[in-house]
Design a protein around this ligand. Structure first.
Ligand code: IYR
Length: 223
């Protein structure tokens, strides 16, 4: 973990410009087919695929290379059921009082509701934890930096890796997620960040008809 202060040679695969443009376009096209999916098949996914995708996530940049994350990959049906039951209790509170009318109106086009069957159907729930600080062996605390940025980047890389491998995923955030730390027995320095639900889509799975913003809406070039 971390570095020892020594430097090593960079391994970098430079591409000719035409090839670089082609690769950038191909990757964009591949990623543009990624959709958040809520309808999962219960078909099992090889654990090795999940392990490889987690290692990709773990290669993300992080503040001072502290790697302030932990991923809990849940395939145990009993634990998945407990997560579903607790999540649905939180969602009930969300849809029946916690959420503002504006929030509910903004979600209406997604068709989401209290029931979260995907938490039991999908073969893997990857619960991403953020570590605001590390725990030293002597019980002391080690400061972590830019934790949300770091864990957000790692989660993005996880989602991209799963998609690239041929799986679908849903980034799922119950309004209050504290139950995940208790249920999964994680240490006091970990906070649930997001749940990445992953597996194969159900036969005939449907997704909302969404549009993504164009380049001129999301980017400005200063040249
Ligand atoms: N967690 C709830 C509500 C929800 C909130 C947002 I912001 C979304 O993009 C989607 C859903 C649910 O999953 O139903």
């Amino acid at each position: 973990m971390g570095t020892n202060g020594k430097l090593q040679s960079l391994q970098h695969d430079e591409q000719p410009e035409l090839e670089m443009a082609r690769r950038a376009r191909d990757f964009r096209q591949e990623m543009q087919h990624r959709r958040s999916v809520r309808d999962f098949s219960d078909r099992p996914v090889p654990r090795e695929v999940i392990e490889e995708c987690l290692l990709t996530a773990g290669s993300a940049p992080s503040g001072a290379n502290m790697q302030p994350w932990h991923f809990v990959a849940v395939s145990d049906p009993d634990v998945k059921r407990q997560i579903r039951e607790a999540a649905e209790r939180e969602e009930y509170a969300f849809y029946h009082g916690l959420a503002s009318d504006e929030w509910l109106a903004d979600l209406s086009h997604l068709g989401t509701h209290v029931q979260k069957p995907f938490l039991e159907q999908a073969p893997y729930l990857i619960v991403v934890f953020a570590q605001p600080y590390g725990l030293l062996v002597d019980g002391g605390k080690k400061k972590h930096y830019y934790v949300r940025e770091s864990v957000g980047i790692a989660t993005g890389m996880l989602v991209a890796a799963l998609h690239h491998a041929g799986l679908v995923a849903l980034t799922y955030t119950p309004t209050r997620m504290g139950f995940l730390r208790d249920l999964l027995g994680r240490p006091e320095n970990e906070r649930p960040f997001i749940v990445v639900v992953t597996g194969y889509p159900a036969d005939g799975a449907k997704v909302p008809d969404l549009q993504k913003k164009g380049l001129s809406e999301i980017a400005t070039f200063v040249e």
